[in-house]
Design a protein around this ligand. Structure first.
Ligand SMILES: O=P(O)(O)OC[C@H]1O[C@H](O)[C@H](O)[C@@H](O)[C@@H]1O
Length: 285
C-alpha cells in the first residue's frame, strides 16, 4: 500500500515560487504566488484536472495561460484597467498554510500597493483560500474594502479545465438561462438546450447563472458548485483564436474548456470596511 505524506512545500515552478499542497489522502494541488493562481489539481487517486498550457509564459510579468487565474478588479475589457485586472499578474503573499487529518489548505493574500494604486485608485485586500481533499477542490475568494471610499469591482475564478476531447464534452445545467454571446457582439440569447456542446468558438456570459453545473467528458465528470458569483462564463477559443494565442499550442483548444464563476456583467459595490466572498467547489468523478 502506498503511504502518502501530507505536506505543504514551497517549490520553484518555472522560476516562480509556488506552494504544493498534499492532503493525507494524496489529493494535491499547486498554487503559484504569481497571480495567486492554481496551476495543478490532482484529486486523490486521480489524474490532472486543470489545463495548463505547455506554452504558458512564466516571465513574472505576463498572465499565465491555464490553471485558475484570479480575475480582479475588472473582467475582460469591461473597464479602463488592464484586461482581466491586475490580480493575475501580481505576486501574492502566503497568509497561512497547513495540513489537517482530512485536507491541506492555504490562504494567499494580495493588498494595495503603489503599483495597484497606479492602476486602480482604491484600497483593498484580496484573499484566496484553497482546500484540497479527496475528489474535491474548494476555493474561496474574499474581497475587502480597506479604504475610506466605496469601490466597484468585478471578479472571476477563471478555471481552465483539462478535458480529453472538447467536442465530446457536455456542460449540463444551463438550460433555460440567458447569456451574452461575445462571439456575436454580446447579443442576448436564450439557452434552450439540455447541454452545451462545443463545436466552434464559445464565449458566453451566463447571467444569474445556476449555482450548479456538470461537465461530462468522455466517461469522466466534473461538478461545479458556486455561491456569491452571479454569472458564469464559458470559453473555448476554438481553432482560429487558439492559433492566434502565442502562449497556447495550436490544437490545445481540444484539451480545455473554461468554466468561470464571475461577477462580470454588472460590477459589485463595496462600502468602506465591507467584504464580499464567493465560493467555488469542483468535484471530480
Ligand atoms: O486571453 P485572456 O486575457 O486570458 O482571456 C481569455 C478569455 O477570458 C474569458 O473567458 C473571456 O470571456 C474571453 O473573451 C477571453 O478570450
Amino acid at each position: 500500500m502506498n503511504t502518502v505524506s501530507a505536506s505543504v512545500l514551497t517549490i520553484d515552478f518555472h522560476g516562480q515560487p509556488a506552494l504544493e499542497l498534499t492532503a493525507p489522502d494524496g489529493a494535491r494541488c499547486l498554487i503559484s504566488l504569481f497571480g495567486g493562481q492554481l496551476l495543478s489539481w490532482i484529486p486523490a487517486g486521480g489524474s490532472e484536472r486543470l489545463y495548463l498550457s505547455p506554452a504558458a509564459h512564466f516571465d513574472g510579468r505576463s498572465a499565465v495561460r491555464g490553471g485558475i487565474p484570479v480575475i480582479f478588479p475588472q473582467f475582460a475589457e469591461r473597464g479602463n484597467g488592464p484586461r482581466h485586472g491586475f490580480a493575475r499578474t501580481r505576486v501574492w503573499q502566503v497568509d497561512e498554510s497547513r495540513v489537517s487529518k482530512d485536507f491541506a489548505t492555504a490562504t494567499l493574500r494580495l493588498v494595495t500597493d503603489d503599483a495597484t494604486r497606479a492602476l486602480w485608485p482604491h484600497d483593498f485586500a484580496l484573499e484566496l483560500t484553497v482546500v484540497v481533499s479527496g475528489n474535491r477542490l474548494d476555493l474561496e475568494l474574499d474581497v475587502e474594502n480597506t479604504g475610506d471610499a466605496a469601490f466597484d469591482f468585478a471578479a472571476a475564478l477563471h478555471s481552465y479545465l483539462r478535458v480529453k476531447e472538447v467536442e465530446n464534452c457536455r456542460l449540463e445545467g444551463l438550460r433555460n438561462t440567458r447569456y451574452l454571446d461575445a462571439t456575436a457582439g454580446d447579443t442576448v440569447k436564450d439557452d434552450r438546450l439540455d447541454a452545451l456542446i462545443v463545436e466552434d468558438e464559445v464565449d458566453r456570459l451566463y447571467r444569474d447563472a445556476p449555482d450548479t453545473v456538470v461537465l461530462h467528458d468522455s466517461g469522466r465528470a466534473l461538478g461545479f458548485q458556486s455561491h456569491g458569483f452571479p454569472d458564469l462564463v464559458v470559453w473555448n477559443p476554438w481553432e482560429h483564436k487558439c492559433k492566434a494565442l502565442a502562449d497556447m499550442p495550436d490544437l490545445d483548444f481540444r484539451r480545455m474548456l473554461c468554466v468561470e464563476p464571475a461577477i462580470a456583467e454588472k460590477t459589485m459595490t463595496l462600502a468602506p470596511g465591507e467584504h464580499w466572498s464567493g465560493q467555488h467547489t469542483i468535484l471530480a468523478a
